[in-house]
Each structure stands twice: as structure tokens, then as C-alpha cells.
Design a protein around this ligand. Structure first.
Ligand SMILES: Cc1cc2nc3c(=O)[nH]c(=O)nc-3n(C[C@H](O)[C@H](O)[C@H](O)COP(=O)(O)O)c2cc1C
Ligand code: SF4
Length: 495
């Protein structure tokens, strides 16, 4: 995992928790509308977090329901269900919504959240599309099976070695020689893309117009997102969040690295075109009043990537098109991810952009707390400048009432979200609301949870996953060593 060069260890600061009356009168605990007909009871929000609890077939399990029920007991204004795949293709234990057969399981999930929050929490679902990412191959396999030797390889080999024979040797000999070659020779002969495939594993890009299914994304994705949104609506979700952030297909269309020459890339307008067409298709399917928003990046934090000015353009375009909220994230890209071990897939939260997405206490002078709020604030200004008030959701290192209230008071966001603090203590919103902030278990921001996510292990929190393992009926991780849900908090009894 990348850490900032300065590597200063920051402390989770002491904070003053409000009384129940102060919380009741606060901005954070005041209602807000998203869209035409939906009201959040509070401006508190749990953003999407993948907990790796679905079946291998992408179905909702009792553990998925337990995970969201536990957040719902804290009664936030909204919870966004984890990134859920819109296609009906195998993708490991990630939730899927790519076929009607997923609807009953998802309906059980929405009903559980409604019951656990006593109808106070609105439940949205994050809809994701992603392209193929293969594991890093052993070099033997790469040179024997994946490399497609051509005249260019032969010419570069001949030039690099000064031996003309490479222009006419048989393919097997060329493959063998490249397998035996040192890094310098491989670098001289392989293309940049081949070097990446060898070192990181093959990964599709939106720029791969030579692949028919990639060329056709502008034709296929609007329908896939629209169908998935209709299923979300049928399953009882209160709205959908289109995943236009991080390392996935839609964010790649928005990225400055999108060089498509088919009208869906290269310029700001071109890059925004498919995300707008996807939104239009979704809106046409779910109707004018159903909440539809997106999660997008305020900054990609990669070389030659999109910056805040690009993000302001996109957010204004989305707001103008009619989106009901814009949730701002940062980074989380494949482009600067750490090289995986052979047999493992590259993970988009291991480089600097990944750090910026989920910053830890090992930070630079600025520290991890509320680090990404300036992005949300500037995006919100851009939306206001065009005369709209589409709510902006901000996240990143939020762990206290004081921070959230100050962000809202300064007009930097309309809704303040907390992922890891909510995982550390799913009851924390309720504790604040009841004037019992002193009982909150405070996140350490050292990313034990994120490390589990990286290894596709069931996500838990270090602050509670070893406690009370012998409690009756407590669900345990596959290895039996960690509890999967935070200990219960009984408001009548205290912590
Ligand atoms: C375990 C884990 C899984 C996550 N999964 C998602 C996801 O599915 N979609 C998404 O947009 N963000 C995801 N995130 C990012 C969070 O939503 C959030 O933006 C990030 O953790 C920063 O907020 P925080 O400081 O409040 O944790 C995930 C974060 C964690 C820790
Ligand atoms: S594991 Fe660490 S970073 Fe993650 S929620 Fe718990 S305390 Fe916070």
C-alpha cells in the first residue's frame, strides 16, 4: 500500500459531542430532499462499502442482510448498498442485479433495512459496470500463450540484439528467447501494453476500440443500467447511485485518459456523453420522481488524469440533466496501483490514488480528516453557479459531529457521509442523536478493514471483530476467527 512520503502519524482528535437537544437542532440531523418526492430524515449517509458477503453467484445472503440491518439500526438518513454488478456474469462474491432472479433477495434486503431502521433510513443501491481484469500471469504462461508475436517484435528484437536472424526465426524460438530475456531486452521488444499485461495482468480499457464489445459499450450500457435500475425499483430500493467513480467503466469514460475517437471520448463533451446517455436511459425507465444520482471523482490523482475543473464540468452537466444528488469521491484507480504478485489481480486502492480514496492516519501534513471536502465544496459551487441546488454528498475521514456540522455550516456539502467510522460503530449516528456521543467507538483510520477488502475477505473492523466470539448466534467469518457484525448496542442499557 502506498503511503505519503512525509508519513506523519496523525491522531484521531478529541471532540465534543452534542447533547440530544443540540443534535436535534443541528444541520446534520435536519432533513433534506433528494429528488422530487424523497426526503432523507437526516443529512447523515453511509456510502457504499463492499463487505464480500454475497454468494459466488452474486445473490444476497443472510450475512448481506445482517450487514445492512446492522447499519440501519444506527438510523442514518441514507445507506448506499455496495457496488452491485449490472451484468449477469460471474464476478465472485459481489452482489449482482443483472437479472430478475436477483430481485427477491434484494427485496428481502430492503425489507430488513426498513424494519431495522423503523422506516427512517432510505436505502439506495450503487450500480456498477466493470471491464475484465485478469490475474498477473507467470512469465512462462504470458510468453507461451498470451503474447502474439508479429513483425514489430521481430524487428525490435533484431535491432536490440543486432542479430538479423530474429527477423525470420519461428514463433516458438522468439517466445523462448523473450522468456529467457532480461528486463532491458523485454522492454526494448514488448509494447508498453504488453509490458503492463506481463507485470500487472491483462486489463481491458474503454480505449480498446478494436474489441467489438468495448466499441459497443455506448450501445449496451444505457440499457444495462436502465434494466438494473428498474430491478432496484422493483426490489424496493429508495433510489439508485450510478457508480461513475474509481477504477470502473463509467469513470474510465469520464477520465482524461479516455481517448476514444468515436464521439465518446477525447473531449470533455465526448467523455461526458455516455454517462449522460446512461443517466437519460435510467431516468426514462424509472420515472421522474425516483431518486437517481451518481458517485463521481473530484480528482483522479493519476498522471494525466482528470482534475477538479473536469469534475466541476461533469457535475454541472449531471445536475443540469436532472440527477438528484452527486456523491464526491477521489482517486481509486488502476493506473497507479501496486504490482500484484503472480497469480493475483491488480487492485485499484494500492497506489497514491487509492490512498486518496481512503486516507489513513499515516499521512502528509494535511492528514486524512475531511481531506477531500474541498473537492466537494468546489463542485457544489459549480452546481450553484448554474442556478441549481442538487445536493452534494461529501466523504473522506469524517468521524465527528463537529466536523460534519462545520462542513454543512460552511456550505461545503449538503450531506456528510462516513464509511469507516460507520463500520467502526454502526450505532454512532443514533448515539449522537441521543446525546450519547461519549459511547461512540471511534475509527482508528489505519485501514485494517480495507486490507481485508483488498484480499477479498469478509470485511470487519479491528475494534470489534474479536470481541464476544462465543456470543450465541453471532455470525463468524469463514475461518471462524472474526465476528461479522458489530456487537449490539442497547440504547436502554448503554454501551
Ligand atoms: C471496505 C470498503 C469498501 C468500499 N467499497 C466501496 C464501494 O463499493 N463503492 C464506493 O463507491 N466506495 C467504496 N468504498 C469507499 C468508501 O465509500 C469511502 O468513499 C471511503 O472509505 C472514504 O470515506 P471514509 O473516510 O468515511 O471511510 C469502500 C471503502 C471501504 C473501507
Ligand atoms: S478497521 Fe480500522 S479503519 Fe476500518 S473501520 Fe475499523 S478502526 Fe476504522
Amino acid at each position: 500500500m502506498w503511503t505519503p512520503p512525509a508519513r506523519i502519524r496523525h491522531r484521531v482528535s478529541e471532540t465534543r459531542w452534542p447533547s440530544a437537544e443540540e443534535a436535534a437542532g443541528s444541520r446534520w440531523f435536519s432533513p433534506i430532499a433528494i429528488g422530487d418526492g424523497t426526503r432523507l430524515e437526516q443529512r447523515t449517509w453511509v456510502p457504499a462499502m463492499v463487505p464480500w458477503r454475497a454468494t459466488e453467484d452474486g445473490e444476497v445472503t443472510p450475512d448481506v442482510i445482517g450487514w445492512y440491518r446492522r447499519f440501519a439500526q444506527g438510523r442514518p438518513g441514507a445507506i448506499v448498498v455496495e457496488a452491485t454488478g449490472i451484468r449477469d456474469i460471474p464476478s465472485g462474491p459481489l452482489l449482482r442485479i443483472g437479472d430478475d432472479r436477483f430481485i427477491p433477495g434484494l427485496r428481502a434486503l430492503t425489507e430488513a433495512v426498513r424494519e431495522a431502521s423503523e422506516g427512517r433510513t432510505r436505502l439506495l443501491i450503487q450500480l456498477i459496470d466493470f471491464l475484465a481484469v485478469k490475474r498477473r500471469p507467470p512469465p512462462e504462461k504470458f510468453f507461451a500463450r498470451f503474447l502474439r508475436p508479429d513483425a514489430g517484435h521481430r524487428a525490435r528484437m533484431a535491432r536490440a540484439t543486432g542479430e538479423e536472424r530474429w527477423l525470420s526465426v519461428d514463433e516458438q524460438a522468439l517466445r523462448g528467447a523473450l522468456l529467457a530475456a532480461d528486463d532491458e531486452l523485454r522492454a526494448a521488444v514488448l509494447t508498453a501494453r504488453e509490458r503492463r499485461d506481463l507485470s500487472f495482468g491483462y486489463r481491458e480499457e474503454v480505449n480498446d476500440l478494436e474489441l467489438p464489445h468495448i466499441r459497443a459499450l455506448p450501445q449496451t450500457l444505457p440499457g444495462l443500467f436502465a434494466d438494473a435500475s428498474a430491478r432496484a425499483q422493483a426490489a424496493g430500493f429508495d433510489g439508485v447511485e450510478l457508480h461513475y467513480a474509481h477504477a470502473y467503466t463509467m469513470a474510465s469514460f469520464l477520465s482524461r485518459t479516455n481517448t476514444r475517437v468515436d464521439g465518446y471520448g477525447a473531449t470533455l463533451e465526448g467523455r461526458a456523453r455516455l454517462p449522460l446517455e446512461v443517466y437519460a436511459a435510467v431516468r426514462a425507465r424509472v420515472g421522474a420522481r425516483y431518486p437517481v444520482g451518481c458517485r463521481m471523482l473530484g480528482h483522479e490523482v493519476i498522471a494525466d488524469g482528470s482534475d477538479l475543473a473536469d469534475a466541476c464540468y461533469f457535475a454541472a452537466a449531471f445536475a443540469r440533466a436532472g440527477m438528484d444528488f452527486i456523491s464526491v469521491s477521489k482517486g481509486g484507480k488502476f493506473d497507479d496501483a501496486k504490482r500484484p504478485k503472480v497469480g493475483h489481480a491488480v487492485y485499484p486502492y494500492t497506489g497514491q490514488s487509492g490512498y486518496e480514496c481512503m486516507p489513513t492516519v499515516y499521512s502528509d501534513a494535511r492528514g486524512p480528516f475531511a481531506r477531500n471536502i474541498p473537492l466537494a465544496a468546489t463542485i457544489r459551487e459549480a452546481i450553484h453557479e448554474i442556478g441549481l441546488t442538487t445536493p452534494v454528498v461529501a466523504a473522506g475521514g469524517i468521524n465527528s459531529f463537529e466536523q460534519a456540522e462545520a462542513i454543512l455550516a460552511r456550505g461545503e456539502a449538503d450531506i456528510v457521509a462516513a464509511a469507516r467510522q460507520s463500520l467502526a460503530d454502526p450505532d454512532w449516528f443514533r448515539k449522537i442523536r441521543l446525546g450519547r456521543g461519549a459511547e461512540i467507538r471511534r475509527c482508528k483510520f489505519t485501514n485494517y478493514c480495507e486490507a481485508l477488502d483488498t484480499h477479498h475477505k469478509q470485511v470487519t473492523c479491528q475494534l470489534w471483530d474479536r470481541a464476544g466470539l462465543d456470543e450465541p448466534d453471532v455470525p463468524l467469518s469463514k475461518d471462524g476467527r472474526r465476528r461479522l457484525l458489530a456487537p449490539r448496542w442497547d440504547p436502554a442499557a448503554g454501551d
